[in-house]
Design a protein around this ligand. Structure first.
Ligand code: PRT
Ligand code: ZN
Length: 288
């Protein structure tokens, strides 16, 4: 076997980030065999070896050099506070770490926490927040089912992750303040070798192409030639739109790329400007 540099990447073994992490690697064209029930696997077509770990352990393993890269939530990173670099936000695993309290209690900012008992799995982040706001409160560290703590008399307040808010609602709690916004990020060990850095750049290039494509749509439409300039002025495209003559004289087919944010607004304006038969197609990869 050739002595090639292989980058080791740690991802969550089983949990909310697992499927999205594997899916991202797949979209980057990195093939992994038998990802279920394994501790590690080497890709057949990219110099990468994947380790499957508990998310809480990933920052430490990356800092210690057991893994070179990792995919982990910013909430875990902030709590563990390890000397590693965040190199790319990945756009999945979005949530927020929030202060929540029983519905019938009022909250007027951090000072409302004075003298309270706070249950959380994030003692470091909460401790820093209290210190920053000059608040004295007691932190009870618990590792799961934080949302039931006020109901069973263990705490007055909780600090926990929220995404839809359904769990808080079901436990009679209200979200009072967001302490941290979080999503999954790609992290790297400090002092990677030049060869390793080269592989990271290759991976990042692919990740960015996938992310960019997700935010964009390819659109095709028919336009009467006399309205072409008005229609073209509404289209950004990567350079300028592609315009092709249709079989029916006096008409053209216009192709372009629109970003998700401006999509609906532009489509309405394009229709008003005379575009017809608008087709919208997902883009798989986008290389700029
Ligand atoms: O076993 P391991 O330690 O690897 O996994 P874990 O149980 O610690 O973590 P897991 O799989 O639950 O979450 C992994 C990561 O997903 C977290 O660290 C976050 O970065 C991210 N994430 C995104 C979330 C949520 N959304 C989320 N909603 N993690 C947890 N939750 C929980 C939250 O704790 C609460 O119990 O979901 C509940 C609230 O959800 P809603 O939708 O009802 O508000
Ligand atoms: Zn965990």
């Amino acid at each position: 076997m050739k002595n090639e540099t292989v980058l080791k990447i740690a991802i969550q073994k089983s949990g909310r980030l697992s499927d999205d992490s594997i899916h991202l690697l797949k979209e980057c064209g990195i093939y992994l065999r038998n990802v279920k029930d394994r501790l590690r696997t080497v890709s057949e077509n990219f110099p990468i070896e994947v380790f499957f770990l508990r998310d809480d352990d990933i920052p430490e393993y990356v800092e210690d050099g057991v893994a070179d890269l990792g995919i982990v939530g910013q909430n875990v990173l902030a709590e563990k506070n390890r000397q590693i670099d965040t190199i790319e936000a990945l756009g999945f695993g979005k949530c927020r770490l929030s202060i929540a309290l029983p519905k019938n209690q009022s909250y007027h900012g951090p000072s409302s926490l004075d003298g309270k008992r706070i249950a959380t799995s994030y003692p470091t982040i909460v401790g820093d927040f209290l210190k920053k706001n000059n608040v004295k409160a007691t932190i009870h560290e618990i590792s799961g089912s934080v949302e039931i703590a006020p109901g069973i008399g263990l705490s007055d307040v909780i600090v926990d992750l929220v995404s839809s808010g359904g769990t808080l609602f079901m436990n009679g709690l209200q979200e009072a303040e967001v302490i941290l916004d979080s999503q999954a990020v790609l992290v790297a060990r400090k002092q990677l070798s030049a060869e390793q850095q080269e592989i990271v750049e290759k991976l990042l290039f692919r990740i960015r192409a996938v992310k960019k494509a997700k935010k964009s749509k390819y659109i095709l439409m028919n336009a009467p030639n006399e309205k072409l300039s008005a229609i073209i002025s509404l289209l950004p495209g990567m350079r300028s739109p592609t315009v092709l003559p249709l079989a029916e004289s006096g008409w053209s087919s216009v192709h372009s790329v629109l970003s998700e944010d401006e999509f609906w607004d532009r489509i309405e304006k394009l229709k008003e400007a005379g575009a017809e038969g608008i087709l919208v197609v997902p883009i798989e990869k986008m290389i700029l």
